[in-house]
Design a protein around this ligand. Structure first.
Ligand code: WTA
Length: 649
């Protein structure tokens, strides 16, 4: 983190919802003094309830916290229905393809589209309240129709990122016992068609008993395999459905969606969110962190397959009645000016992306933003990984022209929306720091015993009070939920939520996130568990032992570094073959986002006498750092030097 402080832009602050730090502190105080009252007021004001709630927060089964009990709502009414009176002809979605084709969908049109899809799910596929539906879709408006159609009838959507492999998709279909998969023939990327439907076919070829039907949206119109009785083409049947559909009244705590994410152990876990708390958060953070106004155009570049896409492409902007941009394609097609060109053309007001993308665009085209009129921009956001001060400054100066607020937002799939972030009209920012927790969020940096760590020292980032949009459980595995999030840190004898991240608080209270403290690697903002990758590599017939660690990467944040002990020494030629084979395995089981950046074949791994791999040493070696820890307790201390010799480069 740098020590420079940037005050908010005065002209912006004047118009902002939260105009200065006094107002921010006043809200924090209100929440401190009457915690449930703070959320009660907000939930009553912001949510359009079918039936009001009677209990704000039920802690009786903590950490299975329940919010807004007794309330009934449907989030699609919050996102669509209630807007029809005032903004039915306003653009809800502006979609653009790499080729520059555009689709503009108004709130009324979106409402009808969602209703038709909801009816299709109900009538044709028998999807009912509580059923799980897997979405494996590209960045097309139909992905939004499908998510909201599920929400409308009370089905639980589980969106699987289109870059995941058939195996990863199958795991998720099976874990959720999904009834239906909604996919597309394929889409376009870097100007060329690619396919999704064959991946679904492969996923369904083994197991997946629960899933009897597949709905296919035609997008690239490439030929696909069609399984009669199982497969249905959306474009051919959708117009037979009525555009009217009553929303299912849902209890506040009924699940809205599952989203699978990696943890430090085992298979990815289905993070479960519920409707009321989540939608409240999506709206609260859009208002406070992006300060979105009626005429604004909001663009989040994430994929809908990640939580950022859920909250800040779909639910947040639509709950606000804003216009959300969806871009199907990559940032560098046809050239590195693509995003800046789109910001200029659509007069984007808030832009939200990942540090990886900022670093890449900085490197590839440092002067590119200046070639475009970016004067519409007001707030620039980042998410997904720590942002280094260099990238932060370039974002502020080259993209924001020194005028826009930079909001470095820290949060997770599990938190549903922003937790620690500047407020654009109020918070003086320090490059590299996510600054302060939102009003109502109690973020603390603790040691293992639940004590606050001293200023300037690294500790465990915990959220010590429940909040409305928090993860409710891990689908089908409440024990794992308790252990993974409420198992490590206790404060005053009570388990508190531990994020898995480390953080430092400075003397002014600014929080800087230092990255994961567990065995999770963050590659370009994608969370990957080392255990998950190791289990896959261990399947290779010639792998005796494997350990995977993260290594800093100038663009991606972290890269994947694998140490491998092979069974048969076959010489250099065989090692080259193995590198290819190991990467093939990874692509097959997870997808190309998890490809290995470096592999070192080593004679053995550093282990304690009890046989535990000492990853800290492997991390230091991967970073080319001096080993400062005591290695005398290792089973074979000489192995460290041997590995170091093999690892230089
Ligand atoms: C990391 C993405 C530093 C962090 C919304 C967290 C960040 C993980 C930031 C969650 C940030 C996210 N600064 N690190 N502003 N935002 N992270 O679940 O390690 O895909 O635990 O959610 O990303 O990743 P996830």
């Amino acid at each position: 983190m740098s020590s420079i402080i940037y005050e908010p832009n005065r002209a912006f602050s004047k118009e902002a919802r939260i105009k200065n730090m006094c107002e921010y502190k006043e809200l924090c105080l209100q929440a401190e003094e009457d915690y449930t009252g703070y959320w009660e007021k907000m939930a009553r004001e912001k949510i359009d309830w079918i039936e009001p709630f009677h209990t704000v927060l039920d802690e009786s089964e903590a950490p299975f916290y329940k919010w807004f009990l007794g309330g009934k709502l449907n989030v699609t009414h919050q996102c669509l229905g209630r807007h029809l009176k005032v903004r039915k002809n306003k653009a809800a979605i502006i979609w653009e393809s790499e080729f520059g084709d555009k689709r503009i969908i108004t709130y009324l049109q979106l409402y009808y589209r969602v209703n038709r899809m909801a009816n299709l799910l109900k009538n044709r596929f028998g999807v009912k309240k509580g059923d799980r539906v897997v979405l494996y879709l590209p960045m097309i408006p139909e992905a939004v129709f499908a998510m909201l159609a599920c929400a409308k009838i009370g089905a639980i959507h589980s969106v699987v990122f289109g870059g995941f492999s058939a195996e990863a998709l199958r795991d998720r279909i099976e874990d959720a016992q999904a009834k239906l998969v909604i996919t597309a023939d394929g889409a376009f990327r870097r100007g060329k068609p690619y396919m999704l439907k064959p991946v679904v076919d492969e996923a369904l070829s083994v197991g997946c008993e629960s899933c009897k039907k597949v709905l296919i949206v035609q997008r690239n119109r490439e030929p696909i395999n069609y399984v009669r009785g199982r497969d249905f083409i959306y474009n051919e049947i959708i117009m037979q459905e009525s555009q009217h559909c009553d929303p299912e009244p849902m209890d506040s705590e009924d699940p809205l969606f599952l989203l699978y994410t990696s943890g430090s152990t085992g298979k990815p876990k289905g993070v479960q969110h519920s409707g009321a708390g989540y939608i409240l958060w999506a709206q609260y953070t859009m208002e406070h962190v992006f300060d979105v106004k009626e005429n604004d155009t909001f663009w989040c570049t994430a994929d809908v397959g990640w939580i950022t896409g859920h909250t800040y492409i779909v639910y947040g902007p639509l709950a606000m009645g804003a216009t959300t941009i969806i871009y199907e394609g990559v940032a560098t097609y046809p050239d590195v000016g693509r995003w800046w060109k789109m910001i200029e053309e659509h007069r984007v007001n808030q832009f939200y992306t990942a540090p990886t993308a900022i670093r890449m665009l900085h490197k590839e085209g440092p002067d590119e933003p200046q070639k475009h009129d970016l004067s519409s921009l007001k707030v620039l956001g980042t998410v997904g990984e720590p942002i280094n001060p260099d990238a932060w400054h370039w974002y502020r100066e080259a993209v924001g022209n020194g005028r826009c607020a930079i909001v470095d937002t820290w949060w997770q799939t599990e938190t549903g929306g922003h937790m620690i972030t500047p407020l654009p009209g109020a918070t003086p920012t320090k490059p590299g720091s996510a600054t302060f927790a939102l009003p109502g969020i109690k973020a603390e940096v603790l040691d293992n015993d639940g004590n606050q760590v001293p200023v300037g020292e690294k500790g465990l980032l915990c959220i010590t009070k429940p909040w409305p949009s928090m993860i409710r459980t891990i689908w089908g595995d409440p024990k794992r939920f308790k252990k993974a999030y409420f198992g490590d840190v206790k404060k005053d004898g009570k388990p508190v939520y531990f994020s898995g991240d480390g953080a430092i608080v400075d003397e002014q209270g600014y929080i800087t996130i230092t990255g994961r403290t567990d065995d999770v690697i963050n590659v370009s903002g994608h969370r990957l568990g080392t255990a998950e990758i190791e289990a896959i590599l261990a399947h290779h017939e010639n792998v005796a032992e494997v350990a995977v660690v993260g290594r800093p990467d100038p663009i991606k944040g972290e890269g994947i570094f694998a140490y491998i002990v092979i069974k048969n020494e076959g010489g250099i030629g065989e090692e080259i073959n193995m590198i290819q084979e190991l990467n093939k395995l990874i692509v097959k089981e997870i997808g190309s986002i998890a490809k290995l950046d470096a592999i070192r074949f080593v004679p053995a791994l550093p282990k304690t006498r009890s046989g535990k791999i000492v990853r800290r040493i492997l991390r230091s070696i991967a970073k080319n750092e001096e080993i400062t820890q005591d290695i005398s307790t290792l089973e074979d201390p000489s192995i460290v030097e041997k590995i170091q010799e093999l690892t230089v480069s």
